[in-house]
Design a protein around this ligand. Structure first.
Ligand code: SAM
Length: 217
């Protein structure tokens, strides 16, 4: 999957995208990840990317011209890619959507908002609007990383065991994973439930089903 991110802060992605599963996905060429620095599409000698809102109000908005130019460049690189805008106005992100996006056969271009947001005219460029939760972030970068991580780890070959995503929390939309334990069986008097060290697969499956947590709102 090809993923491009339009951002004023490309360095924010370095740690996340160069670690763990995101690094593995790229080294296995399952993921082709890159950023476009919005500043490079800014206007004039100071590469201006923001301006004051018409009608008044606090803060600055991302200007339309740099965003249109950046999306145009990203589409030249990947003409069939779909454009995703991170915005509090978007559809709330969830596991079932991550699963369906991991099956896309096209790339994705993420637009990260900043300041008080963006000029409304960019919405015509956008195929999907996503919010990661009911709270306001300083910019779209963290939200983009959340969405990218949750999709990329589901791409074939990224997780160690192909089955492990299928039995994870939220995979059926209503159940969380059961409690898990590792060695030692007795840590300072805190003991692992007997059934889990019994070796009885049927009993273990029953215990896990009975002890799975419900999703809280
Ligand atoms: N003034 C905007 C409002 O009240 O809705 C908030 C702007 S926020 C400070 C700047 C940018 O962060 C947004 O344009 C968006 O790209 C991103 N952002 C903030 N909260 C988000 C969320 N919950 N999900 C996705 N993106 C978010």
């Amino acid at each position: 999957m090809k993923i491009q991110v339009i951002t004023l802060f490309p360095e924010m992605f370095d740690g996340v995208m160069n670690s763990s599963m995101m690094w593995k996905a790229q080294s296995q060429q399952v993921l082709d990840f890159s950023t476009l620095n919005l500043r490079e599409f800014g206007i004039g000698p100071r590469h201006q990317v923001d301006d004051t809102p018409y009608g008044g109000g606090d803060g600055m908005l991302l200007k339309p011209e740099p965003l249109f130019a950046a999306v145009r460049r990203a589409k030249e690189i990947d003409p069939t890619a779909k454009v995703v805008l991170l915005t509090p106005r978007g559809e709330r992100w969830k596991q079932s959507v991550a699963q369906s996006w991991s099956e896309f056969n096209h790339g994705l271009i993420f637009i990260c908002g900043r300041y008080e947001g963006y000029d409304e005219r960019i919405v015509e460029l956008v195929d999907h609007q996503v919010r990661i939760g009911d709270y306001v972030l300083t910019g779209g970068e963290l939200a983009a990383m959340v969405v990218i991580d949750s999709v990329v780890r589901l791409l074939p070959g990224v997780l160690g065991g192909e089955a492990s995503a299928a039995i994870e929390s939220f995979s059926d939309g209503q159940t969380l994973e059961f409690p898990q334990y590792t060695k030692p069986a007795n840590y300072d008097g805190r003991v692992v439930p007997d059934v889990l060290i019994s070796g009885h697969h049927g009993e273990i499956a029953k215990w896990r089903a009975e002890n799975s947590f419900p999703v809280k709102d």
